[in-house]
Design a protein around this ligand. Sequence first.
Ligand code: DUC
Ligand code: ZN
Ligand code: ZN
Length: 469
Amino acid sequence: MSNEFDLVIRSGRIATAADIFTADIGISGGVITALGRALGAGREEIDASGKLILPGGVDAHCHFDQPSSDGSVMADDFESGPRSAAFGGTTTVIPFACQQKGQSLRAAIEDYHARAEGKSVIDYAFHLIVTDPTPQVLGQELPALIREGYTSFKIYTTYDDLKLNDRQIIEVLALAKREGALTMVHAENSDAIAWLTEALEAAGQTAPRHHADARPAIAEREATHRAISLAEIVDVPMLVVHVSGGEAMEQIAVARAKGLKVFAETCPQYILLTAADLDLDGFEGAKHICSPPPRDAAAQQSVWRGLANGTFQVFSSDHAPFAYDSKTGKKLCGDGASFAHVPNGIPGVETRLPLLFSEGVGQGRISLNRFVALTATNPARLYGLYPRKGTIAVGADADLAIWDAERVVTVSNDMLHHNVDYTPYEGRVVTGWPETVLSRGEIVIDGGELRAAKGRGRFLECGPPDMGI
Ligand code: DUC
Ligand code: ZN
Ligand code: ZN
């Protein structure tokens, strides 16, 4: 008798955003074709009894091989970044294609496709970063790109080479409304940060820990409020990325209570780090310089509440990889340079899921269904990849992570697969780790070993955002 399936995964405990049940998964042609008990034979079979099977994670905020105007170089490209993601149970990444001011958006996306070509081990889409919304960009390029599958873009309210003014933000939001795209906003008040930075530097307060003083929660709150207000004027949904604590969350919660479609994302650094992690011996605190900065224990508690109560829909890594001991990384301007000249960002694409699983599900702060929603289903929906990605259902791509939910792992940089020379989570003990990871039915990670070929990952065109979550 011929095999009914290419692969059958037997008897795993399956969790989606809605359900938890034990079943076999039948896979053919890279797609889930059956869920049930005692399915027919597969050409290959995996016994997953005693294991947890989750949809492969969708990391909707990560940066790979993104050039910067300061000369810093990201440590991960489209080979090492997605590889590291896969080891951590993620099967889809959505990095950014960043327009440089003066550059056409079309040229930016072509550049990033060239950077990614033949490298990624898992599937990937792109968000755009719009830094120069010229009439040509707004009138022609962006509408065309949205129709071609780039249905979300990020805009900044800070960084001189990236930020938009309020008028430009309104124009971009209006375009998102016309074309049915989703705008992601980095919300921090640029002028307040510049003024604080100057004052701190004038007082000789340049150590890494002063990064947190230069970018206070109030600056994030103000810009979050402003971005929400501009979206309300235009009457369009939008998403606030990398929210760090209660101040900005209050703005989002009030807006949502009023019925506005404001979505929000947070990241591991805001539940696990605080500003104290920027205050390490010597220059070591530079390892934790990211924006917005991690805050304090109260902010962490607020973020946990927001993960549990629905203020946040998305939990992403914001993997922005700069090596610590490198002249193109954290030491770009030397060991001991002012915080203002340290590249912003921390690595985390591989640790995102195990950290939230252990600290969130394991510690009873969020349910397993909510974990799946935050890390896979919601980002797939918001960014137009659902139901192909982000769930376990008949017809979905067989993107799966088989977890040993009991496995105790001490995180160390040696065991990770990124190209960064540190992890912010060194020595942290977690319970639960993805051991076998499948992408479109192909085993990519097998018991902790990479099995798949570089470049097998495919580019994904995103459909319209599903904002009904
Ligand atoms: N914003 C990001 O989204 N990532 C890294 C740094 C930043 O400011
Ligand atoms: Zn940002
Ligand atoms: Zn980012």
